[in-house]
Design a protein around this ligand. Structure first.
Ligand SMILES: *[C@@H]1O[C@H](CO)[C@@H](O)[C@H](O)[C@H]1NC(C)=O
Ligand SMILES: *[C@@H]1O[C@H](CO)[C@@H](O)[C@H](O)[C@H]1NC(C)=O
Length: 398
C-alpha cells in the first residue's frame, strides 16, 4: 500500500515536472476571438514570467487583435510563448503608442517563442505609402517593427510567421545566443523597409531553415554583429542577405564571423551583399564565409559594394574607410540578371578589400546583353577550383 501511493506520488511529480504550467489567454485572462487582447496578454505574461517553475503562455488558434505588447523579463523560470493564433495589428500606426514597437521581448534568458501562428502587422497603404497623409512619417513617429528582440540570451524563435510588417519584421539588438528556426517572413516585394531579420550589436545568432520573402533585405547584419550563422534560408522576393550598410556613423563596432551557407535566392535584387558607405568612418569587417549558394534570376548574385549610397546626399568620390578582409566565397551557382555575376567594387582607400578568396563559381548570365564576367575594382582575389565565368584577369582601377 505504501509502495503504491509512493508510486502514484512519483508519477504525479513526474507529470508536474515534465509539463510546464500553461497560461492560456482565453481561459483565465478574458481574451476572446476577434477581441483586443493587449491586457489579457500582459496579465498572462506577468503570471507566466513570475511563475517559479517553467511555464507556457498560450495564444490558441483563432484570430485576435493586438494593439501593442511588451514582454519584459527577467523571468523567474524559462517561459515558452506559444502562438498558434493569428494576431492582427492596428492598421493605423498611430494607434500603437509612440516609441513602442508592436511586439517587444526584452531582458529574457531562456525564452522560447513557438507555435504555428501568424503575426500580421497590417502594413499597407497607411504605412508603406508616404503619399498618404495619415502616415506616421509625416506625424513624426516611426513605423513599428512587428517583432523587437532586445537583450535576449539563450533563446529561440521557431515556427511562427511574420506578415506585412509596417517596418522591419524582426529586429534583433543586444542579443546573445538566439536561434531562429523555421521562422517565416512574408510581405510584398515592393513593400519598403520590410527587412526580414535585422541583426545588430549581437553575438552567436543562428538563422536556420527560414523562408523569407519581403520588400527589403531578407536578412541584414549590421555593425557590432559577431558570429552569425545563416543556414538553409530561402530568400525571395527581397534584396538578399546583406552585411551593412556600414561606416556611416561614428562609434560603429566591427563585424566578425558571418557564415552564409546552403541558402537559395530567387528573383532577388542581390544574393550575398556587403555594403559600406562612401565618405565613411573606419571600421573592420572580417571572417566572412559565403558557401553553397544557389541563385535563380538574381540581379547581383555576389556583390561587394563600397560605394553604397541609397540616398543622393552622400559624397561618392570620398572613399569608404571600412576595411573588408578575409572573405571566402565558395560554390555559388545559378543564374544572374546582370552580366557582372560577381561584382567586387572595393574602395581605393588603402586596402579596401584584403584576402578575398573565390572558388567554384558557376553563374550564367540570363539575358541579352553580352556574356557573364566577374568584375574586380581595387582587389585581386585568390582563385581556386572551377570558375565559370573565369576570375578577373586584372583588377581595374577607377
Ligand atoms: C544557447 O541557447 C540554447 C537554448 O536556445 C541552449 O540550449 C544552449 O545551451 C545555449 N548555448 C550556450 C553556449 O550557452
Ligand atoms: C539546405 O537547405 C535546405 C533548406 O533550404 C534544407 O532542406 C537542406 O536539408 C539543407 N542541406 C544541407 C546539406 O544542410
Amino acid at each position: 500500500m505504501e509502495f503504491k501511493s509512493c508510486l502514484v506520488f512519483a508519477i504525479f511529480m513526474f507529470i508536474a515536472i515534465a509539463q510546464a504550467e500553461v497560461f492560456d489567454i482565453t481561459k483565465k485572462y478574458g481574451a476572446k476571438p476577434d477581441g483586443e487582447i493587449s491586457k489579457a496578454l500582459a496579465d498572462a505574461w506577468a503570471a507566466a514570467c513570475s511563475a517559479p517553475q517553467p511555464s507556457q503562455l498560450l495564444i490558441p488558434k483563432g484570430r485576435f487583435c493586438l494593439n501593442v505588447i511588451e514582454f519584459n523579463g527577467p523571468c523567474k523560470s524559462p517561459v515558452e510563448v506559444k502562438i498558434d493564433g493569428t494576431l492582427i495589428a492596428p492598421e493605423d500606426p498611430v494607434v500603437i503608442p509612440k516609441g513602442s514597437q508592436w511586439i517587444t521581448f526584452s531582458y529574457i534568458t531562456g525564452l522560447k517563442v513557438t507555435g504555428s501562428g501568424t503575426l500580421d502587422g497590417v502594413g499597407g497603404s497607411m504605412s508603406w505609402s508616404t503619399d498618404d497623409p495619415k502616415t506616421t512619417v509625416e506625424k513624426g513617429s516611426p513605423l513599428q517593427y512587428n517583432l523587437f528582440f532586445n537583450f535576449l540570451k539563450d533563446s529561440s524563435i521557431s515556427g511562427i510567421t511574420s506578415k506585412d510588417s509596417k517596418n522591419y519584421h524582426a529586429n534583433v539588438v543586444q542579443c546573445t545566443n538566439v536561434t531562429f528556426e523555421n521562422f517565416r517572413v512574408s510581405a510584398p516585394g515592393e513593400s519598403p523597409n520590410t527587412i526580414g531579420i535585422h541583426v545588430g550589436w549581437s553575438k552567436n545568432i543562428n538563422i536556420k531553415n527560414c523562408v523569407i520573402g519581403t520588400g527589403d533585405d531578407c536578412i541584414s547584419v549590421r555593425d557590432g554583429s559577431l558570429n552569425v550563422h545563416i543556414e538553409g534560408v530561402k530568400c525571395g522576393p527581397g534584396k538578399g542577405i546583406s552585411i551593412g550598410g556600414l561606416g556611416r556613423n561614428t562609434g560603429e563596432k566591427p563585424v566578425a564571423g558571418v557564415f552564409v551557407k546552403n541558402c537559395s535566392f530567387s528573383s532577388t535584387q542581390n544574393g550575398v551583399w556587403i555594403k559600406t558607405w562612401p565618405h565613411s568612418h573606419p571600421l573592420d569587417v572580417s571572417d566572412i564565409h559565403f558557401e553553397d549558394l544557389t541563385m535563380e534570376k538574381v540581379d547581383n548574385p555576389v556583390f561587394i559594394q563600397q560605394d553604397y549610397c541609397p540616398h543622393i546626399e552622400c559624397k561618392k568620390d570620398s572613399p569608404s574607410m571600412v576595411k573588408i578582409r578575409d572573405v571566402f566565397i565558395k560554390n555559388v551557382k545559378g543564374t544572374s540578371n546582370s552580366p557582372e555575376v560577381v561584382k567586387l567594387r572595393c574602395s581605393k582607400a588603402g586596402k579596401g578589400c584584403e584576402n578575398v578568396q573565390i572558388s567554384d563559381i558557376n553563374l550564367k548570365y540570363d539575358g541579352p546583353a553580352g556574356k557573364a564576367i566577374q568584375e574586380c575594382q581595387h582587389v585581386k582575389p585568390v582563385y581556386t577550383g572551377q570558375l565559370v565565368p573565369p576570375g578577373c584577369a586584372k583588377s581595374f582601377e577607377v
